[in-house]
Design a protein around this ligand. Structure first.
Ligand code: HEM
Length: 566
C-alpha cells in the first residue's frame, strides 16, 4: 500500500472513531485535492462537461428532477464514454457505449458492484433484500428469489391480473356514467392498479381494492416514497460513512433527531413497511404451517409469490436459507421494485397511445379480433403473442425506460474497451483503465437511443420496428453490436447478475392491464402540457403557467371514453 493510501486509511479510521461528519468531509476534500496533485487523472483524455460547482461537480445536474435533457445531452455531445464530476472534483464516468457496457454488466461484472450509497440506504429503508446486498449474500438471495418468477409460476398469476384489470375497467366505467366527466388522472389509476397487482400476486394481500374514486392512504404514501428518496440524492452520497457511525441504536437516534421533513417521511414509511412485511411474513408462515399440519402439501391454492418463496426457502440447504429479516426485505423490495416501475411504464404507454390514435386503434383492433368479437379473457399465450401490443410495449420501454440510469462502483481496477467515435467499427476501438473506487453511471436511456445501435430513427417512437415483414413479433432488432440487456437487446431491465428479476412479471402484468383497458376504452390527450420528471423512476406531471407563474402538479390527465361496441 502506498504512503498516500496508508495516510488516507489511518485518517479514515480516525474519522470514523471520532464519529464526526465534519472530519469525514475534511477527509474527502483533502484526499481528492491531495491525490489530484500527485496522480495524473486516469480520465484526462475522456471528454465531458465542465464541473458546475466545486462542491457538487455535476451531481446537481445529474440528480435534478428536470435533468433528463442533461442526461441525453451528455451522450449526444460527448459520446459513449463521458467524464462527469462528483463531490469535490471526484471524476466519474457516464457510459452508454455498448462494448464498455458489455464488459461492465456481463464480462467483468464481478469488478463492478452496486454503489455502497445505493445498498446502504436501501438496507436502512427496505431491509436486507436483493437491492441492499452485494457479493455472496446477493448470489444466495437471487438463487432463492429468481425461480419464483419462472414462466409456469407467472402463468398461474394471469387470472389475478385479469381480476384487477376488470375491476379497474368497472370503476372507470362507473365514474364515466355517474360524473359524465371523462378526464381521468391515469397515472393515479395505473399506480393504484400496480400496487394492487403486486399486493395480490406477490403477497396475497389487497392494499387497495380499487373500489373508491380516491386512493387509500397507504397507496398515496407508497407513491410518495421514491420521489422523496430522490430528493435526498445528494445527502444520500454520505450514507456509506453514516452507516458506520456508532451503534445501530445511535444511528437510529441520529435519524430521529434530523430536522428534515423528507428524512422523517422516509423513516415513517420505512417503519410502516417493515411492520407490514413482518406481519405478512408471520401470517404466511402460519398459513404454511397449518397446511403442513393438515397434510396439504401442494401450493396450487396459494397463488401468491411469497408463499412460493417461503416454500423454496424451507427446502433450501442449510447455509442457503434466508433469515426472517432477509425474507421481510424481499417483500418490501418487491413491492417497490414492481410498483413505480410498471405504473411509470403503463402511464407512458397510455400517453403515447393517446397521442398516436392510429396506433391505438390498431392495438384495440388486434385485441378485439383475438377475443373473437366477445368480451372474454385471452389466454396467457394469446395475449403474449399479440404483435402490436408487444411492439408498443417494447418500443416504449426502449425509448422511455422508467429507470434511465443505474450506478456502479469499480471494486477492482479494470481496463475496458469502448469506441472513441461512437461507431461500431472495430478500427475505432480504444480502452480506458478504470481505477478501483470509480463511480460509473450506466446510461440505460442513452444506450437505448444510440443511432449506431438502433439506426437513424433511434430517437423516434416507432413500434413497427418490432414487427417482422409478415407482421409477427420481432424479438430483437438486428444490430452489429448488441447491448447486454436481458430484454430484447435493450437496457431497460438491465442485464447480467443484477438484471431485473421481475421483468417477465412486468410484461405480463402490463399487457393484461393494457389489453383490458384498450378493449373497453379510447384514450385521448387533453390540452394540458404533460412533462416527465427524473426521479429514481420517471414520473409525469402537468405544467401550467398562470400570470407568468409556473405550477406543476403530479398526474397524467387523459380523456377516457367508452370505445364503440365490438
Ligand atoms: C417496467 C417495469 C420494470 C423496470 C423498467 C425495471 C427495471 C429494473 C432495473 C433497471 C433494475 C436494475 C437496478 C440496479 O441494478 O440498480 C431492476 C432490478 C430489480 N427489479 Fe425491476 N423493473 C421493473 C419491474 C419489476 C417488477 C415487476 C419487479 C418485481 C415483481 C421488479 C423487481 C426488481 C428487483 C427485486 C430488482 C433487483 C435485482 C437484483 O439486484 O438482483 N422489477 N429492475
Amino acid at each position: 500500500m502506498s504512503t498516500t493510501n496508508l495516510t488516507f486509511v489511518s485518517a479514515h479510521i480516525l474519522a470514523v472513531a471520532l464519529g464526526t461528519p465534519l472530519m469525514y468531509l475534511v477527509l474527502i476534500i483533502s484526499k481528492s485535492l491531495l491525490l489530484r496533485q500527485i496522480v495524473p487523472s486516469a480520465f484526462r483524455h475522456i471528454p465531458g462537461p465542465p464541473s458546475q460547482s466545486w462542491v457538487k461537480g455535476n451531481l446537481g445536474q445529474l440528480f435534478n428532477p428536470k435533468g433528463l435533457p442533461f442526461h441525453q445531452r451528455l451522450v449526444d455531445a460527448y459520446g459513449g464514454m463521458v467524464k462527469v464530476y462528483g463531490f469535490f472534483g471526484d471524476e466519474q464516468l457516464y457510459i452508454s457505449d455498448p462494448r464498455a457496457l458489455h464488459n461492465i454488466i456481463l464480462k467483468d461484472h464481478d469488478a463492478f458492484e452496486e454503489t455502497s450509497v445505493f445498498t446502504e440506504t436501501n438496507k436502512v429503508i427496505f431491509g436486507p433484500g436483493l437491492i441492499a446486498v452485494t457479493g455472496d449474500q446477493h448470489r444466495k438471495q437471487r438463487k432463492i428469489v429468481s425461480p419464483i418468477f419462472a414462466l409456469p409460476e407467472l402463468r398461474r398469476l394471469t387470472p389475478v391480473f385479469y381480476d384487477i384489470g376488470e375491476k379497474l375497467v368497472s370503476v372507470i366505467e362507473r365514474e364515466i356514467n355517474v360524473n359524465k366527466d371523462s378526464v381521468f388522472d391515469m397515472s393515479e389509476w395505473v399506480g393504484r392498479t400496480a400496487l394492487e397487482s403486486v399486493g395480490r400476486t406477490i403477497l396475497g394481500h389487497s392494499f387497495d381494492p380499487l373500489d373508491s374514486p380516491s386512493s387509500n392512504p397507504y397507496t398515496a404514501a407508497v407513491k410518495e416514497l421514491i420521489p422523496t428518496i430522490f430528493s435526498l440524492s445528494l445527502v444520500r452520497q454520505f450514507a456509506p460513512f453514516l452507516s458506520k457511525l456508532g451503534s445501530p441504536s445511535f444511528r437510529r437516534r441520529l435519524v430521529e433527531w434530523t430536522p428534515n421533513q423528507a428524512v422523517q417521511k422516509v423513516k415513517e414509511m420505512s417503519d410502516a413497511m417493515h411492520t407490514a412485511a413482518m406481519g405478512i411474513l408471520k401470517s404466511k408462515k402460519e398459513e404454511l404451517g397449518k397446511r403442513e399440519e393438515n397434510g396439504v402439501d401442494d401450493m396450487a391454492e396459494s397463488r401468491d409469490v411469497i408463499s412460493t418463496l417461503l416454500r423454496a426457502n424451507e427446502k433450501a440447504a442449510f447455509g442457503e436459507k434466508l433469515s426472517d429479516d432477509e425474507l421481510a426485505g424481499q417483500i418490501t423490495v418487491l413491492i417497490f421494485g414492481a410498483q413505480d416501475t410498471t405504473s411509470s411504464s403503463l402511464s407512458r404507454m397510455l400517453h403515447l397511445l393517446a397521442s398516436h390514435p392510429a396506433i391505438q386503434a390498431k392495438v384495440r383492433e388486434e385485441i378485439r379480433t383475438a377475443m373473437g368479437g366477445e368480451q372474454r379473457r385471452l389466454g396467457f399465450e394469446e395475449i403474449m403473442g399479440l404483435p402490436w401490443l408487444d411492439a408498443v410495449m417494447k418500443e416504449t420501454l426502449r425509448l422511455y425506460p422508467p429507470v434511465p440510469f443505474v450506478r456502479r462502483t469499480a471494486i477492482k481496477e479494470r481496463t475496458i474497451p469502448y469506441s472513441k467515435s461512437g461507431s461500431l467499427d472495430d478500427d475505432e476501438i480504444t480502452a480506458v483503465m478504470i481505477p478501483e473506487g470509480t463511480t460509473i453511471f450506466v446510461s440505460i436511456a442513452g444506450s437505448n437511443r444510440l443511432e449506431s445501435v438502433w439506426g437513424p430513427d433511434a430517437k423516434e417512437w416507432r413500434p413497427e420496428r418490432w414487427l417482422n415483414p409478415d407482421g409477427d413479433i420481432k424479438e430483437v432488432v438486428e444490430n452489429k453490436v448488441r447491448l447486454p440487456g436481458i430484454y430484447s437487446g435493450m437496457m431497460s431491465f438491465l442485464g447480467g447478475s443484477r438484471s431485473c428479476v421481475g421483468y417477465r412479471f412486468a410484461q405480463i402484468e402490463m399487457k393484461i392491464i393494457l389489453a383490458t383497458l384498450l378493449s373497453k376504452f379510447t384514450f385521448a390527450a387533453t390540452r394540458d402540457e404533460v412533462v416527465w420528471n427524473l426521479s429514481q423512476i420517471i414520473s409525469s406531471s402537468v405544467r401550467t403557467v398562470n400570470n407568468g407563474e409556473v405550477e406543476e402538479k403530479k398526474g397524467l390527465p387523459l380523456i377516457v371514453q367508452c370505445a364503440p361496441n365490438m
